[in-house]
Design a protein around this ligand. Sequence first.
Ligand SMILES: *Cc1c(COP(=O)(O)O)cnc(C)c1O
Length: 382
Amino acid sequence: MQTKEELIRQLRLLKEEAGSHSPSIFTIKEAIPELKVKVDACFLSNPYATDLFLEYFKRELLDTGGLRDLLEFYPSQNRVIAESLSSAIGIHPDNIFIGNGAIEIIQTVIQRYTKSKIVINIPTFSSYYEFINDDVEVVYNKLLKENNYELDIDAYIKLVKKERPDTVVLINPNNPNGGYMDSEKVHHLLRELRDVKNFILDESFIHFAYENEYYDLKTASNLVYKFPNLILVKSMSKDFGIAGIRAGYAVMNSRRVQELLLNGFLWNSNGLSEYFFRLYTRDEFLKEYEQVRVKYIKETQEFIKQLKQIPKIKVYPSMANFALIEILNGESSDDFVFNMLINHGIYLRTCSDKIGLNGEFVRLASRTKDENQYIIECFKKI
Ligand SMILES: *Cc1c(COP(=O)(O)O)cnc(C)c1O
């Protein structure tokens, strides 16, 4: 049995090796087998949606032998998958670009269209600044702690008009804090910033946000017809719990889709992600998905409410499936994360590498109801 100090030293090393993303639970288990991980609250996915996908996967691919076809043959081309996705999201296929995960789209768009200057709100999802070409000027707009890291829309518009970047990036709800702008505000921003060449709006967590009592989904994808500068990025990894199959899409001006397709991306999907996208257009799946989406939102909001009552931490407002938490008991965020893992088997995301956060922060994902309950009990012991 290793001492706690040795375990912490190993964990620190793994974190350093992983750079700006956290080491996955598999990496940790492989490197330190004696660590007993009970709850992975680092990765941000809806576990009930993964269960649902697995039910279909088993029934339609495993039990029937249909999986063989997905492995043996080429998947459809980008354009064909876009056509099938079209009905599910109510967008013309000419305006849809399918990505091997949203990351591929982010990398492509930033490297291809961002030429001079980009405005990025921080804290943010690190890929947005890591993929930028060297000769591009980066302006960081610091979200303020006093504002709970929510965007001050008027100040933001003023800054963008002054800086005149060719690209702005907004993540709604934002990662890592879950701050949300309602659809009216998004529309207002698009109207005010129509002269910015590339308006990237990342809605990877939009399925967890809501504005009415029915938890209706509010996406800005339709606005692509009105604002040709809009590049809407959507990952399926978190809301559908399927990061392993790499599925994401963008909704954008048809000329841009056309240009990207002429420059590669022929078979950038795989059989499983194509299967998922086709599933996504089916009424029975959508009906069942809607149930697990709403169930998970309700449990998540209840979880956040309970967290807020725990002393010595501050929980920031979130409309996503996670909460940004400030540690106020004197521990550093890394130590807090290591202790939670070693003492309770709960894996959290340290935010020590996130630029734009002032203090000791961790990000905690909502999991199943039982796992959330366990997390609450352990947090109460700190
Ligand atoms: C996780 C994440 C992505 C990447 O999603 P993939 O589809 O898994 O590549 C993109 N944007 C944000 C804000 C994310 O949190």
